[in-house]
Design a protein around this ligand. Structure first.
Ligand code: AMP
Length: 375
């Protein structure tokens, strides 16, 4: 199986080649033909499966024909980071085409975004709030949208964007192609999808469980010893890029500081940082300036840094879903990764739930030579 089978325009084939994609991932194999035929698609897939290209490539294919200079594809995503990442995929894969993509999200000035729209963009990648804002100002015209993508729709609903999404649906033509992606499909998301999609082709990649290429391990430890255990783990483990999760912004900042004092190349990534600061942290992680990122769940949404070798749950996530999202950052596309979770006594019920979803018990480990008595 290779990308030739889809008969993309030669300019798009060149973009695929430049991105280094050789074999389509399972969701690409299943969904791209349906999207190319113009069907609505309901995709249940998490980050790391290659889902972005499932909509980006067919959108580029569609836009190489027909008029330029008006917004014909609208991609809505929950966070700025994810919007940027999708935008980058459109730029990378579409580098040989004349298709332009613009981003629209809050937290930064409107001016540059309005100007980019004025210069002309066929693809807009947007977060809901700012998009409605610009639509209100008449800075963006959505009346020519042919394809609407809702990415990480479940997360958008979690974040309270459902009313905004309903408003956006009223601004785009009723006759359109709609592609709906979610990592999980609870009842309310299924109902939302049913109300939006017309005869969708459903594509589900695996059960909704963390990527199979990740090996999981649990390190039982007391709260007081977590930091020492982390330091010892980092010393003893051959790691590449490491993403560490904490429960709060405060803990992320402090842990990053502690690691920095020990000369690790590390940055925090949390919601109190400016958009600029967060982008710098992510870019620095991607280009190798930082080896470690200490993040909170919300701030980490949409990070796409390939080849994260380790995800370390310094604090347990709140839900099984959050665990899945965190772990989705490692073992991406073709590589493998490890997920370490520090478990205190109170975390046991959630660990059991995670094990149910994984369908197996997660190995408990003790770090050799670590003093579990010492405080
Ligand atoms: P996504 O799930 O869309 O966030 O993609 C996860 C990562 O896999 C991104 O870094 C993509 O660039 C990469 N990727 C997507 N499709 C392929 C493919 N067919 N071959 C290799 N890498 C891919």
């Amino acid at each position: 199986m290779n990308f030739e089978q889809f008969s993309f325009d030669p300019r798009i084939r060149a973009g695929i080649k430049a991105a280094g994609y050789v074999t389509p991932t399972p969701i690409q194999q299943q969904a791209i033909p349906a999207v190319l035929k113009g069907h609505d698609v309901l995709g249940v897939a998490q980050t790391g499966t290659g889902k972005t290209a499932v909509f980006v490539l067919p959108i580029l294919q569609r836009l190489t024909q027909g008029p330029l200079g008006r917004v014909r594809a609208l991609i809505v995503a929950p966070t700025r980071e994810l919007a940027e990442q999708i935008h980058e995929a459109t730029v990378d894969l579409g580098q040989r085409t004349r298709v332009r993509s613009a981003t629209v999200y809050g937290g930064v000035s409107k001016k540059a975004q309005v100007e980019a729209l004025r210069r002309g963009a066929e693809i807009v990648v947007a977060c809901p709030g700012r998009l409605l804002d610009l639509a209100n100002d008449r800075s963006i015209d959505l009346s020519h949208v042919e394809v609407l993508v809702l990415d990480e729709a479940d997360r958008m609903c979690d974040m309270g964007f459902l009313p905004d999404i309903r408003r956006i649906l009223k601004l785009v033509p009723a006759r359109r192609q709609t592609l709906f992606f979610a990592a999980t499909m609870p009842e309310e998301i299924r109902e939302l999808a049913d109300s939006i999609l017309k005869d969708p082709v459903a594509v589900q990649i695996g059960v909704i469980a963390p990527a199979k290429t990740v090996s999981h391990a649990i390190y039982p430890v007391s709260q007081a010893l977590k930091k020492n255990l982390l330091l010892a783990t980092l010393e003893q483990t051959a790691t590449g890029r490491v993403l560490i999760f904490t429960r709060t912004k405060y803990r992320a900042r402090n842990l990053a500081r502690d690691l920095e004092k020990r000369r690790y190349r590390v940055s925090a990534l949390q919601g109190n940082m400016s958009q600029n600061g967060r982008q710098k942290a992510i870019d620095g992680f991607r280009n190798g300036r930082y080896d470690i990122l200490v993040a909170t769940d919300v701030a980490s949404r949409g990070i796409d840094v390939s080849e994260i070798s380790h995800v370390i749950n310094f604090d347990m996530p709140d839900t099984v879903d959050a665990y899945t999202h965190r772990i989705g950052r490692t073992g991406r596309a073709q590589s493998t990764g490890e997920a370490f979770t520090f478990m205190t006594q109170g975390d046991e019920p959630l660990v059991r739930e995670i094990e149910k979803v994984l369908g197996k018990r997660i190995e408990r480990r003790r770090l050799p030579g670590f003093n579990y008595q010492h405080r």
